[in-house]
Ligand binder design. Structure first.
Ligand code: URP
Ligand code: ZN
Ligand code: ZN
Length: 459
């Protein structure tokens, strides 16, 4: 046997129990009260949880956007992810205008190959849905790319219209894929942004004020109706507010296959951040924007109760100096997105589990089991079970942390969570049986991460 982890507490989405865990050739080969068989290496884990490697289904690495490119590439981004206990991610390959979807995936494979330190898959963001592109969806599913994202916002850039969205929903359902949605009404936002600019309103707070909650709620409601007409499942990304959540709840109560994620920033940061002095509000410019904090308990309750199924990061980092300042004179020119790939597990553990908003098992469900199930990564990923990939996080629930850009590993000059304190630290991380994080040391290798061919939705 290659390795065993002894004396820890195994945590899955449904169980918590004291056990040793054995690994051979990259797979979990045994989980038992006491494993006595010899191993080449033993990792003691007394007092620690053994968690399945977290899965981040919403990242933007090396993505051209807003006149610049997100600051983490597949090497720096996946290394930072690993430090945060994430062992698999799904990034968005973005279709450029005139490009086939296969070419978009190829472009993203080139960004990832030789660089990714953890396993990865791709969704494709469809930005131009010609008949040819719609025909391609089946080919992509055969390649293991089984989810497609559409944007109802970012007019003039990524946004598509309702007709194109409907065609994608219908074809995705036929070929066994899941359609993902950025739900904001891009037309209305375009009007509000133009009016704000005309009135010379330039500060970052106007990013939030020109993208009101109603824009998200309306787009969510409309998308659910379109999905219903297409008899298709729909996954709403980065849901941020009560109004959108109400639409998801209504649909789910009616038995429709509507799924939704939220992100730590919508649970922990509020729109007052946009008023930080000296252009500091730009650090939080993302879409949807941060909301009023009255939304936080509503979202936590939905995570606990099952109306939201996933916490992902929407990691899309831009440096404060040199990137965010493209919008110093105009909030609408600030590149949209913020870093978060490294801090999700510690934040959700401390703010969620330690503060009793969600259970420990529910946390594992939200960060690992559900993402694996929804996005066709199981049974290899998302759980600690015999035969699964040995993607394991040894996690010390008592160890204190203070988040800072100085100690984070992401390739970006700030964190929205600067100074956040709590308890719960990643100690060791295994990726397919190899130790890639050992305390503060990174032992992973660029290029060791593999492309994971995902199953069809619901299989
Ligand atoms: O502001 C954000 N969220 N940037 C990334 C692109 C997206 O909308 O997911
Ligand atoms: Zn989005
Ligand atoms: Zn995103």
């Amino acid at each position: 046997m290659d390795l065993k982890i002894t004396g820890g507490t195994v945590v899955t989405a449904s169980e918590t129990f004291r056990a040793d865990l054995a690994v051979h050739r990259g797979r979990i080969v045994d989980i038992g009260r006491r494993i006595t068989a010899p191993a080449d290496r033993t990792i003691p884990a007394k007092g620690c949880y053994l968690l399945p490697g977290a899965i981040d289904v919403h990242t933007h690495l090396d993505m051209p956007f807003g006149g610049t490119t997100s600051a983490d590439d597949f090497e720096t981004g996946t290394r930072a992810a690993a430090f945060g206990g994430t062992t698999c991610l799904i990034d968005f390959a973005i279709q450029s205008k005139g490009q086939s979807l296969a070419a978009a995936v190829d472009a993203w494979r080139q960004k990832a190959e030789g660089k990714a330190c953890i396993d990865y898959g791709f969704h494709v963001a469809v930005t131009e849905a010609t008949d040819q592109v719609i025909d391609e969806l089946a080919d992509l599913v055969r390649l293991g790319v089984t989810s497609f994202k559409v944007f109802l916002a970012y007019k003039g850039a990524l946004m598509i219209d309702d007709g194109a969205f409907f065609k994608i929903l219908r074809r995705a359902r036929q070929v066994g894929a899941l359609t993902m949605l950025h739900a904001e009404n891009g037309e209305v936002i375009d009007v509000l942004v133009s009016e704000a600019r005309a009135a010379k309103l330039r500060e970052p707070i106007y990013h939030a004020l020109t993208r009101p909650e109603e824009c998200e709620a309306e787009a969510t409601a409309r998308a659910i109706r379109l999905a219903e007409m297409a008899q298709a499942p729909l996954y709403v990304v980065h849901l941020s507010c009560f109004g959108a959540l109400e639409e998801v709840k209504l649909a789910r109560d009616a038995g429709l296959p509507i799924l939704a994620e939220t992100c730590p920033q919508y649970l922990l940061l509020d729109l007052e951040r946009y008023r930080e002095p000296r252009f500091g509000g730009a650090k939080y410019v993302m879409s949807p924007p941060l909301r009023h904090k009255s939304n936080w308990p509503v979202l936590w309750d939905a995570l606990a109760g099952g109306d939201l199924q996933v916490v992902a990061t929407d990691h899309c980092p831009f440096n404060f100096k040199g990137q965010k300042d493209l919008g110093k004179k105009d909030f609408a020119a600030i590149p949209n997105g913020a870093p978060g790939i490294e801090n999700r597990l510690q934040l959700i553990f401390h703010e969620g589990v330690n503060k009793k908003r969600i259970s420990l098992n529910r946390m594992v469900d939200l960060l690992a089991a559900s993402p694996a199930r929804i996005f066709g990564l199981g049974p290899r990923k998302g759980s600690l079970a015999i035969g699964a990939d040995a993607d394991v996080v040894v996690f010390d629930p008592k160890a204190p942390f203070t988040i800072s850009a100085r100690t984070n590993h992401m390739n970006v000059d700030y964190t929205p969570y600067e100074g956040f304190k709590g308890r719960g630290r990643v100690v060791t991380v295994l990726s397919r049986g190899k130790v890639i994080v050992d305390g503060r040391k990174f032992l992973g290798l660029p290029g060791a991460g593999q492309f994971i061919k995902r199953k069809r939705f619901g299989q």
